[in-house]
Design a protein around this ligand. Structure first.
Ligand SMILES: Cc1cc2nc3c(=O)[nH]c(=O)nc-3n(C[C@H](O)[C@H](O)[C@H](O)COP(=O)(O)O)c2cc1C
Ligand code: SF4
Ligand code: SF4
Length: 274
């Protein structure tokens, strides 16, 4: 099958999903000798209008895994703003070393629903944004080699395709199960839905970067210590603040992080479906 362009598409508040999708899309483009374009839908200003693709496109579509699924605040955008028009697609779920649960199959289903033909997919291990102790520095060199190997296999599959295959078979429940319930150290559900980051005003130098990187547009530029809207706990403001002025002190969230550090620091491998 002939492809004229590879598109790297992702939501990536702290950069892991971007790294994974760019690696895979770049390698496929290289193998097929076609250009690669990027569409980053992390910031609200980029989530305007619809994105349309066509039969000559291969779209590498990445999402981070939140509570075992596509981040719920991004789901309506993913459902309503992408038109495949017969484009080939790869669902990619970047997860933080616990599990991708049903995020990959959910993304596959949404892409198929929107007129894409999914021909491969992957659940890829990345560092967990909640803790520097969970899968630090992943994807590492071994992961990147695996990602390029996966991309090579996808490029070979594209070259050999004579007709549109059935949707790629990936791991997960279909119909999709509920969101993963985060647990605390006591084994009970940790309820931190309403938690918002705090700001150490002795450290804050008023640069407004946190407001500019918040994917929900929820931090006030005029007063960066004020969170005006929904917080999805993505950690973008915390990781990108140049003076480390931002932090979470919500007890339930911290207990969940401690639970993850206790149970999910073992090395987990990515899963590829071609
Ligand atoms: C609210 C939230 C929920 C998360 N839930 C999961 C999860 O269920 N399983 C998992 O392995 N990682 C989970 N993670 C970790 C992220 O999937 C992982 O760190 C990812 O690389 C973040 O992507 P980004 O760097 O592109 O923002 C969660 C992260 C956040 C912020
Ligand atoms: S990024 Fe950090 S230093 Fe800059 S305004 Fe936000 S909290 Fe203050
Ligand atoms: S305020 Fe919440 S949603 Fe916005 S960047 Fe910070 S952690 Fe992410």
């Amino acid at each position: 099958m002939k492809i004229s362009s590879v598109k790297a598409v992702f939501f990536s508040p702290t950069g892991n999903t971007e790294k994974v999708v760019s690696c895979i899309a770049g390698q496929i483009a290289k193998q097929l000798g076609v250009p690669m374009e990027t569409f980053d839908y992390t910031l609200p200003k980029n989530r305007q209008g619809k994105k349309s693709y066509g039969q000559m496109d291969l779209v590498v579509f990445g999402t981070p895994v939140y509570a075992g699924r596509i981040p719920n605040k991004m789901l309506p955008y993913v459902q309503n703003n992408f038109e495949g028009n017969g484009a080939l697609a790869l669902p990619i779920a970047a997860f933080g070393n616990r599990s991708f649960d049903n995020a990959l199959i959910e993304l596959r289903n949404e892409l198929e629903q929107n007129g894409f033909h999914t021909i491969a997919g992957a659940g890829v291990v990345t560092s967990h944004v909640f803790s520097d102790k969970i899968a630090p520095n992943r994807p590492d060199e071994k992961d990147l080699t695996e990602l390029r190997g996966f991309a090579d296999a996808v490029a070979a599959k594209v070259r050999g395709l004579e007709s549109i295959p059935a949707p790629i078979d990936v791991r997960g429940d279909d119909p999709i199960g509920p969101y993963y319930t985060p647990l605390g150290m006591d084994g009970k559900p940790a309820k931190f839905l309403k938690a918002k980051p705090k700001t150490d005003m002795d450290k804050c130098k008023g640069c407004k970067l946190c407001a500019q990187v918040c994917p929900m547009g929820s931090i006030s530029e005029a007063a960066p210590q004020v969170v005006t809207g929904i917080c999805i706990k993505c950690q973008a403001c915390i990781k990108k603040c140049p003076t480390s002025a931002k932090y979470f002190d919500d007890a339930a969230l911290l207990s969940h992080v401690a639970m993850l550090e206790k149970n999910y620091i073992r090395r987990t491998e990515s899963e590829f479906f071609v």
